[in-house]
Design a protein around this ligand. Structure first.
Ligand code: BTN
Length: 340
């Protein structure tokens, strides 16, 4: 297995290096010290992974690179074409990169240099993608979507977490609109498809050192659009999923980014017309189900046990009813919930 994996990467690198020129199977085999059969197998795997490879008898192979990188102008034009949010989006700075450490971290630097300005940063991959509770977020190139919003909503710190619910809801709506796939929200900040996590959200707040007020809210969202070329890493492979197994429509990524931006701004700027909590409740996969609650912190006083989820309150807390009849409203930072 490992052998095939590395041959695949080496073949890919070689084809990339040779650009639009054909390379024969024999030359590839010679250069990489592998058999022709191994080259053929690697080519087939690359094709399965979504690479478009042209094969011509007596000439060999060459890679016809699809443009998998997000395109700033296409995304911007599409998002702005949504008349409901055009006026709000006009003042938002949109930046698109191939690779960054973390879009959340980069937008924090931007925030410090552009006080009060709303912005969006998108990257095709992240070398230090951040997850919740200090974990990392696997962010490989070509197959995922990584985006951070910087907003200045002027609310108190305890309301910052509501933006997590807001983006979970607006993104779920955007995915359904663009792909037609039946995705759902697992409280508080994960989006699931066919029983697997396909998206995670990390909301961070910057407060003023002077008066402790909330100056910036940063909402980062990552989506596994396609399965990573090398598969998911061992530690997440049972839980993580992707919206699609294989890449086909090269414009899907741009369309989805644009829809995510437009739908988020509808919830954020037009709350009367788009009451995000109603949508969040409707798309929540936990309401009505039986869950196991475990405490995230080493604190005996925190809730744990089995309970039925009865709803989600206006502060985005999970309402549960234990077997003994006790009811509780759970905060996201305190507990993890597993559906049964
Ligand atoms: C989680 O599921 O633990 C949250 C994952 C959040 C990942 C996104 S990807 C874009 C933004 N930049 C980051 O470094 N993290 C968030």
């Amino acid at each position: 297995m490992e052998e095939n994996k590395s041959t695949k990467s080496l073949v890919l690198n070689l084809l990339r290096k040779n650009g639009s020129c054909f390379t024969s199977g024999e030359d590839i085999a010679k250069e990489l010290f592998v058999t022709r059969a191994a080259v053929w197998k690697a080519i087939k795997t690359l094709e399965k992974n979504g690479y478009n490879i042209e094969a011509v008898t007596n000439k060999g192979y060459r890679i016809i690179e699809e443009n998998t990188l997000p395109d700033r102008d296409v995304i911007s034009a599409k998002a702005l074409s949504d008349a409901e949010v055009e006026s709000f989006l006009k003042d938002v700075d949109l930046m698109v990169y191939d690779r960054v450490d973390s879009t959340n971290d980069l937008i924090k630097t931007y925030a410090a240099e552009h006080p009060g300005k709303d912005a969006i940063i998108i990257a095709d991959s992240q070398s230090k993608g951040k997850g919740r509770r200090g974990r990392s977020f696997y962010s490989p190139e070509g197959t995922g979507m990584y985006m951070s919003f910087l907003i200045h909503p002027g609310v108190s710190l305890d309301k910052a977490m509501n933006f997590t619910c807001m983006i979970a809801e607006s993104t779920t709506r955007a995915i359904r609109k663009v792909t037609g796939l039946d995705v759902g929200i697992k409280w508080v900040n994960d989006i699931y498809y066919k029983g697997k996590k396909i998206s995670g959200i990390l909301t961070e707040a910057v407060t003023s050192l002077e008066d402790g007020s909330l100056t910036d809210v940063i909402i980062g969202i990552g989506i596994n659009l396609y399965e990573p070329y090398e598969g998911f890493p061992e530690d997440i492979k049972d839980k993580a999923g992707a919206l699609f197994a294989k890449r086909d429509d090269s414009n899907l990524k741009n369309n989805l980014y644009a829809a995510m931006i437009a739908e988020f701004y509808k919830d954020y700027r037009l709350p009367e017309k788009y009451p995000y909590l109603d949508g969040y409740r409707e798309n929540s996969i936990l309401i009505g189900s039986y869950v196991k609650i475990s405490s995230n912190l080493d604190d005996e006083r925190l809730p744990k046990g089995y309970a039925k989820v009865t709803g989600i309150d206006d502060d985005c807390r999970l309402l549960v009813k234990y077997d003994d009849g006790r009811e509780e409203a759970l905060f996201s930072g305190e507990v993890s919930v597993v559906k049964y």
